[in-house]
Design a protein around this ligand. Sequence first.
Ligand code: ZN
Length: 269
Amino acid sequence: MSMTCRVYLLAVLSFRLALATPMLLKISYPADYDAAAVVTAISDWMADMGTSVWSLSGLRQGDIMDVPTRNAITAPSAKWKNATMPYLFQNGFRPEEKVVIMRGMKMIMSKSCFRFRPFRYGDSDFVNFVHDEYGCWSYLGRVGGGQMISLQRGNCIQTGVVAHELLHAAGFDHQHNAPDRDYYIFINYTNLDTEDFEHFDKASASEYTDFRLGYDYKSIMHYGRTAFSKNGLDTIIPYEKYARIGQNKIPSAKDYKKLNILYGCNEFL
Ligand SMILES: [Zn+2]
């Protein structure tokens, strides 16, 4: 191989390499963030605790990573172009972990026209799954650039957790923070530490819509009865006596319907 040819190859290779490692948004954890406590809480989580594993991630409402200028969920700019979310895996995910994450994506794709596909050169917006951050969390909606979805190794890598975080990234907030939630659930603040009150702040009506589908106890975006409880007693009490809340496994019919409305998946409506 001639020298010129080698130099050219090297140039092409380094150019490709530069493209292959796109810039990611810098994470800004809250000032009082206790990473070690989050790691322990997530590791110790068990399915029968009555709380969602992602609620233990130490962020706003548990698992929402904010950017300084937060996009509202209803802002058109927070939607993904062509109903498509390109994704990348941070190096080091194990094959069996990728299978679980892919299963979460496939589950959503099976009931929607929304698409997840591997990152391609030239994609300006994408999600990057990472395993070495703290907790399970996502940004709300498309932020622009490479935005992370954190899936702490272990309990965060479950199909339901992946689906929940992907729905955040697609643009959906928690159901129990809906502006009209007080008609459907009672928040028992006596079982909450004051510092956790903020997790139950209601979204403003101008930033939140349920497309008139009505409140959804069955949503995968709804936390369970003991979310953020300081004493193990209920913090979220549904007014409908037998309503079961906080299922962490699969998106509900209304979750899918909202996704399909937001992204114009008419064939699924
Ligand atoms: Zn969440």
